[in-house]
Design a protein around this ligand. Structure first.
Ligand code: IPD
Ligand code: CA
Length: 280
């Protein structure tokens, strides 16, 4: 784990407040502006710019343009901060605060005409991977749904002006649980095997196609739980803080942190039921 310059000072509280509040407001406005650009570009027609890990794993021109907008604005306003973005990699490594950006989470939905996509922006401290960092600020903004979720550590999770608080326990009818599948066909068998283990807990399953929104919907109490293997840091950074600040738990396999290996998010009771079934 890389410890960030000035992290000791930052953790003393006052500095943290002073540093984070202006970044929160800025991040909310930035995510909305970036979402508006994504939506506007989609109305003009989606162009595929490249493929990544497989033919299914696409990058559109909008992914690149939206990330460029986000990077340019963060760099202009907070030049001392580091940025890790899905399309542009990492800059200014070792800075005290790191912005973790997915310009369009749910790119396949975006390209296919579904509304379920979002701009995901987090600010983290203390490390540069989900195994080491601490999430400080989260914003997930879904332009076509006109919803912006946000959270600040110890300040709660919010959908616009409404504070989010997840319900406790497992519904008698079973839990509404979301998951996702990787783009690499070689991973599908394993992912389906894990889904089979979780199915007995579920009243129904959702695969909605944007991890940040799945996590936001857990925070909002619309979904009872969510699990997925193979998530990248930018898919999970903001959503994980939303769930924690709404009173939920986020982790990986039992006693592990959330990472590409596994992410589980739910209230305490369902969280431990999902983890024990995944371990079995
Ligand atoms: C993807 C979405 C999807 C999840 C994939 C992610 P992208 O992100 O969050 O729901 O199942 O693992 O890669 O590629 O649309 O930014
Ligand atoms: Ca993306």
């Amino acid at each position: 784990m890389t410890r960030r310059k000035g992290a000791d000072n930052f953790n003393r509280g006052l500095n943290a407040d002073l540093a984070l509040k202006p970044r929160l407001e800025f991040a909310i406005n930035l995510a909305k502006e970036a979402g508006a650009l994504a939506a506007q570009m989609r109305r003009m027609g989606v162009s595929i710019a490249e493929h990544k890990s497989s033919l299914a794993d696409i990058v559109t021109e909008a992914d690149q343009a939206v990330e460029q907008l986000i990077r340019a604005q963060i760099t202009a306003k907070f030049p001392e901060d580091a940025i890790l973005g899905e399309e542009g990699g990492s800059t200014n490594a070792g800075a005290e605060l790191l912005w973790v950006v997915d310009p369009i989470d749910g790119t396949v939905n975006y390209a296919s005409g579904f509304a379920q996509y979002a701009v995901s922006i987090a600010v983290v401290s203390e490390g540069d991977t989900p195994l080491s960092w601490r999430e400080e600020i989260a914003v997930v903004s879904a332009p076509e749904l006109a919803e912006t979720f946000w959270a600040i550590r110890d300040g709660g999770a919010w959908l616009g002006e409404q504070r989010l608080q997840m319900p406790a326990g497992i519904p008698e009818a079973g839990a509404l649980i979301a998951t996702g599948f990787g783009y690499d066909p070689a991973t599908h068998e394993g992912d389906l095997g894990r889904l089979r283990k979780i199915m007995p807990l579920a009243r129904d399953i959702r695969r909605m196609g944007a991890a940040s929104l799945d996590l936001a919907n857990v925070a909002a109490g619309r979904l009872d739980g969510y699990f997925e293997r193979g998530l990248q840091p930018w898919d999970l950074a903001a959503g994980a803080l939303l769930v924690r600040e709404a009173g939920g738990q986020v982790g990986g396999y039992r006693n592990e942190k959330a990472s590409a290996k596994m992410l589980v998010a739910a209230n305490a009771a369902l969280f431990s039921s999902i983890q024990s079934r995944l371990d079995a």
